[in-house]
Design a protein around this ligand. Structure first.
Ligand code: PGA
Ligand code: ZN
Length: 429
């Protein structure tokens, strides 16, 4: 038996300099596991909440209440349990706070604990985390295809452009190494082009360039130019991926592109994005309409679902029921898996399985507020999820995840890289 002896929460700091929750789980044998809660900025309204203290100190963002949840409420409920029983432990945590958004314990408290338990179980089994996950859930591990941000926007770049993430994917790469090399070339080509044109203002929250564009489409044009400057033909080895994050600029089917001083209804937004799908080699698009616009999401999926991956992030918030409902309604064909949206590892994995059953692809994802925690690289690999979204190609809270995939690749061998297979039914495929 590898029973849990202690659970200790402490305050650490995330990539935006905000407080966050770290949890250490120690077993009777002395083996330990650690998890750190990430934090979103463009959060879905239906995701598990980050419990923060409010008030003036640390801009209201301190996490003493969440730490109290870990140390005083969760710890006594899971000490003495067998650490390999992730499902049972997560269920015990949920029983302490059955509210849908985990507002009494805090999703930051539950997720950091759940991740720490997972790491401790892997350590007890003397397995790398990806292997522990693959064995525990009977999966064939594979190295995911990355989505990597080149420009930030939306809530991650002072709303300098309305669209949140302009990313590339390299589905034509033969190895994870090759994805890293191509991304390096495109990232710096984009920076050079922007600097030359006076369009570069710095680096956004996830490490992508902070742009000074006059329109959202200028970002797409610049991205295509950067792919070409890197010696690639857009749409061949390299494709574009967008996170529109439309909930950030729209409510009740009305959208406002502040950069272009344009307002539009859901139908006009869908037409505009459809025009982009025709004009640019876009293989994946996330949250094309708002989380409160199911009719828009159904319409977008009906029109474009056979040629582009349509990911629900704010729209699905890693929620199994929402994935099942969306699949039944024909809204989206892919889900973003963010462990802290669900609040526990078990709920996230349940959502992943529900998505797979529905024929959705899955993209395991970081948040815009991140840390040195690299669990998601292992989760994506261990589940064989197919895709991983971490932000850009600078800043160590991002690079740590890409670098971890390189280390895992060394253990698994280059043949384990899935390449473009997850996008087989899209524009690129
Ligand atoms: P967030 O953004 O972590 O700020 O919510 C990431 C995303 O929308 O994918
Ligand atoms: Zn998103």
């Amino acid at each position: 038996m590898n029973t849990i002896k202690s659970v200790k929460g402490r305050r650490v700091w995330d990539s935006r300099g905000n407080p966050t929750v770290e949890v250490d789980v120690t077993l009777e044998t002395g083996v330990t596991g650690r998890g750190i809660a990430p934090a979103g900025a463009s959060r879905g309204t239906r995701e598990a909440i980050d419990l923060r203290d409010g008030g003036n100190k640390l801009r209201g963002k301190d996490v003493q209440r969440a730490l109290a949840s870990v140390n005083n409420i969760i710890a006594p409920a899971i000490i003495g349990r067998e650490v390999a029983d992730q499902v049972g432990i997560d269920a015990a945590i949920l029983a302490l706070d059955p509210s849908p958004l985990k507002d009494s314990l805090g999703g930051n408290a539950t997720v950091a604990t759940s991740i720490a338990v997972l790491h401790a179980a892997a350590a007890a089994a003397q397995k790398p985390l990806w292997r522990h996950i693959a064995d525990a859930y009977a999966r064939v591990p594979s190295i995911p295809l990355p989505e990597i941000q080149i420009f930030g926007g939306g809530a991650h770049a002072g709303r300098r452009v309305d669209i949140q993430d302009f990313m590339i994917m390299v589905p034509g790469a033969g190895s994870f190494e090759e994805v890293m090399e191509v991304t390096n070339e495109v990232y710096f080509a984009a920076g050079d082009i922007m600097a030359q044109k006076g369009r570069l203002a710095g680096v956004a929250d996830e490490g992508g360039w902070w742009p000074v564009f006059d329109s959202n489409e200028e970002a797409l044009e610049t991205l295509v130019a950067a792919i070409e400057k890197a010696g690639e033909k857009p749409g061949e080895r390299v494709t574009i991926s967008l996170d529109v994050a439309a909930s950030e600029f729209g409510k009740n089917g009305k959208y406002r592109l502040a950069l272009e001083d344009r307002s539009m209804d859901s139908g006009a937004l869908i037409d505009m994005l459809g025009g982009w799908l025709d004009a640019y080699p876009i293989a994946s698009i996330e949250d094309p309409v708002g989380e409160d616009d199911p009719e828009g999401m159904k319409e977008f999926t009906r029109r474009f679902g056979d040629r582009v991956q349509i990911i629900g992030d704010d729209y699905l918030v890693t929620n199994k029921t929402l994935v099942e409902e969306a699949a039944a309604a024909g809204a989206c064909n892919a889900v973003l898996i963010k462990v802290n949206q669900a609040g526990t590892i078990s709920e996230s994995i349940d959502t992943f399985f529900a998505a797979e059953k529905a024929g959705f692809t899955s993209v395991v994802s970081a948040r815009s507020g991140e840390t040195e925690d690299v669990t998601i690289s292992h989760l994506a690999t261990g589940l064989g999820a197919g895709q991983l979204k971490v932000g850009s190609f600078t800043r160590s809270e991002r690079m740590a995840k890409w670098n971890e995939c390189l280390r895992i690749q060394d253990m698994l061998g280059p043949a384990a890289f899935v390449g473009g297979a997850p996008l087989a039914s899209t524009w690129w495929g």
